[in-house]
Design a protein around this ligand. Structure first.
Ligand SMILES: [Zn+2]
Length: 450
């Protein structure tokens, strides 16, 4: 299958489907770049720095100085004039599905992995051009695409892959119908398992097996669905799916590999069971109560939160799914209040599914957070805070080094913004216009400063 995918990806390049202002990474060795006269948002603070110069060497931020920086010897330095504009970290989406963004639910369920990967390759370039230089992928067969991006064969963000969503029979992520039942243990795999989009596990032993398979494939963290979800045909939102014992089996298998488990969980029961099992990140949390929020803080967990609000951009889903989505909308405000009340360690993510059109609003979804948080807080959520969350992958971190910050020694994922996003967060809503330079791993993928 790998060979076929490689061929298909090469075909994309040959056909020029990804031709645009973006330059293929393979044509650009990591160069030495000097940003001159920029003011820095470092990913954590509330204020821009004074006029600064920033030298990038070999994919790393080498020097930051208010004084002129001398050219390193024996290399050609690409100079980018900042003219007082803002240099900030590349954005991080902490809850993304590289492989599930573009296809409709119907296309996804056709199970054509080659086609889905091609759609995802096109979407990956668009993601990078929106200024998102890293995504934490919370489910889907993204390993081949990640590999091709990391090898510089096509443009796209850094991907922290979970691999398959691991679920139970009837849980969130099980898309089978009545005609697929009963399943015989040891029998034929379902389509979703064959393409490694989701794996079913109904005992601690099965959970260990499925977790270890994802780790073999290169997962940087493991994703289980601890409760019901919107897009699934069978799992009510109130359902708690895995037992604590099953969740603990996943946590142990991940810990043996030096990494962690994040779970999809909306309700208090699902959250509390996950906390008890040693899970490190709660994804969503929209229906949790006060006690659950307090527990998350007491036990030092992260919350990866999505601003689900009814803005008319929900993907096409059956009526039962839409009803569940509306229930989540009703929980968003309350969860934000809990996040603020307990100062929960929070990273921001979009969880866009089944809609390229909605994906184009990735920056809009970030700016939406300003309804509840200040612009510096929102920008930190999508840079420095998310970068901290990524460090949880420990020994399985595919990109060792610091992300989400502009600091000497950090990885050079940077945006040059035409304006000050700390004062005008809406700048992130129009990345095509306002992000003049997009750099990932020290390589310039877009440059409108000539
Ligand atoms: Zn998700």
């Amino acid at each position: 299958m790998h060979r076929i995918l490689k061929y298909l990806l090469n075909l994309v390049l040959v056909l020029g489907c990804v031709a645009s202002p973006v330059v293929h990474a393979q044509d650009r060795p990591s160069s030495t770049v000097l940003f001159e006269n920029v003011r820095i948002f470092d990913g954590t603070g509330a204020r821009l720095s004074g006029p600064s110069n920033v030298l990038i060497v070999g994919g790393v931020i080498k020097t930051i100085s208010s004084a002129p920086i001398a050219d390193p010897p024996d290399v050609t330095v690409q100079r980018i004039r900042g003219d007082g504009r803002t240099l900030m970290p590349g954005l991080i989406d902490s809850h993304w599905h590289t492989m599930l963004v573009s296809p409709s639910m119907f296309e996804l369920l056709q199970g054509d992995l080659g086609y889905l990967t091609l759609l995802a390759a096109v979407e990956a370039q668009a993601t990078l051009l929106r200024g998102f230089t890293t995504v934490r992928d919370l489910g889907g067969p993204s390993f081949a695409l990640k590999r091709a991006i990391d090898e510089g064969r096509l443009p796209g963000p850094r991907i922290y892959p979970s691999g398959a969503i691991i679920t139970i029979t009837g849980g969130h992520g099980d898309f089978r119908g009545a005609g697929d039942l009963p399943r015989h243990p040891g029998g034929a795999l379902t389509m979703q398992e064959t393409v490694n989009a989701a794996q079913l596990a109904d005992s601690p032993d099965e959970v260990r097996l499925r977790v270890r398979e994802q780790l073999l494939l290169g997962a940087s963290q493991i994703k289980l669905t601890a409760g019901g979800g919107v897009a699934s045909p069978h799992s009510p939102l109130d359902a708690s799916t895995f037992t604590e014992e099953e969740l603990r089996a996943a946590v142990q298998a991940a810990a043996n590999w030096g990494t962690y488990v994040g779970v999809h969980a909306y309700t208090s029961e699902a959250v509390q069971r996950a906390v008890a099992a040693g899970v490190k990140v709660i994804e969503h949390g929209h229906l949790m109560d006060d006690a659950s929020a307090r527990l998350i803080v007491e036990k030092g967990l992260w919350l990866s939160f999505q601003p689900f609000v009814d803005d008319g951009f929900a993907p096409q889903m059956p009526a039962s799914s839409m009803a569940r989505l509306r229930e989540l909308f009703s929980g968003t405000e309350r969860t934000v209040a809990l996040i603020k009340k307990y100062k929960i360690k929070m990273a921001w993510g979009t969880d866009v599914l089944f809609s390229s059109a909605n994906a184009t609003r990735q920056g809009v979804l970030l700016a939406k957070m300003q309804k509840w948080f200040s612009a510096p807080e929102v920008l930190a959520m999508a840079t420095g805070r998310s970068g901290e969350l990524l460090q949880l992958s420990g020994r399985r971190n595919p990109y060792p080094g610091r992300l989400g910050v502009v600091q000497e020694g950090a990885l050079a994922d940077l945006l040059l913004v035409d304006g000050n996003p700390l004062e005008d967060l809406k700048l992130v809503e129009d990345p095509g216009k306002n992000f003049l330079v997009i750099m990932k791993d020290g390589k310039v993928f877009k440059n409108l400063v000539r």
